[in-house]
Write a protein of this length. Structure first.
Length: 88
């Protein structure tokens, strides 16, 4: 079993009002020195079996067509953890 992570973030040129709200709140909460905050989404996919090129291509397709709005978001697909069968 393996874990594949898809991180989705707004493109740099897209305004991020939620990130801005967090950035403005940080000094009021005592957290200084943060000049910018961007908010995103993280999807963790547990995959049965090994993660080969075909599986990664399928997940890439899933991210492009369903998990991310590619007009305003970028995404990265990466294998985070791959365990041998029987391991926990």
């Amino acid at each position: 079993m393996a874990r594949v992570v898809v991180d989705v973030m707004l493109k740099p040129e897209i305004l991020d009002p939620q990130g801005q709200a967090v950035q403005r709140a940080l000094p009021r909460l005592g957290f200084q020195g943060i000049s910018d905050v961007r908010q995103g989404k993280r999807f963790e996919l547990e995959v049965d079996g090994p993660v080969g090129d075909a599986v990664l291509a399928r997940i890439q397709e899933m991210a492009e067509s369903f998990l991310a709005n590619t007009v305003i978001e970028d995404f990265v697909v990466k294998v985070e953890d791959e365990k041998a069968e029987g391991e926990k």
